[in-house]
Design a protein around this ligand. Sequence first.
Ligand SMILES: [Zn+2]
Length: 260
Amino acid sequence: MSGPAVANHVHLQVAWRSNALVLEIYDFEAGSSPADAFPFVVGNAGINLTPAAPAFAFLGEAGATFFALPQSENPNLPFLGIGVDNVPNGTFSGNQVNLRLVSVEGPGHFALYQVNAFGQPTLQMNSRDGIDSAMDRVVLAPGAHEHQNWAFSAPGEYEVTFVADAVRQSTGQTFASTPAIYRFRVLPPPAARLELNVSAGMDLNLIVQSRIGARLQLLATADFAAWATNATHLLTDSSWQINWPATGSRHFWRVEEVFP
Ligand SMILES: [Zn+2]
């Protein structure tokens, strides 16, 4: 299966079938498929800057870039939520099904959170501070339909493993799903551009252009045998200018974006 159209409404779905909890994907147009059938693609429309408010510190340093599928629908991104299907009321103790984070494999951190009408976040899962499946969980009711922010700190391929569990009301027996891997593909932002010009004093100006929130490092070499990091910078403006003294020797430069 090739996966949904870019902006499909899709769910990480917890279903109760034949006396077992099952984790799968539910696409409101294409129907159900296995959890790992296709990656959810976090395109560049999902690039965000970490807010300065301390309540968002779980995402990392204020002003730094993160990548997210948002809880509010964006026509350029999958609209990913969490749903519970086919669980009659009273099946489970407390009418609760837990969705727990088991592991995150990938180049960065994963966080799941909701933001309320006043802009305040409620953190539900976060791998940055270690994963504790007792804490990194969402408590769901039968028929639940929720939307969250699915945030990643760096571009690349992720495998995020979840498990669902609940206690049967009638017997007190705990039911747990098989752990299921969901895949996320976080696309890298556009590359930074590096330009050179010569100032009146004959020094070189290196001008790096990228987006606000990019964390860039300038590397230099005289002979290509070894590149040395010359400077790093978190862009709070759309460009970064570095003055390079004219020493008469030849240099080459390149710029890389670093995460997180
Ligand atoms: Zn939904």
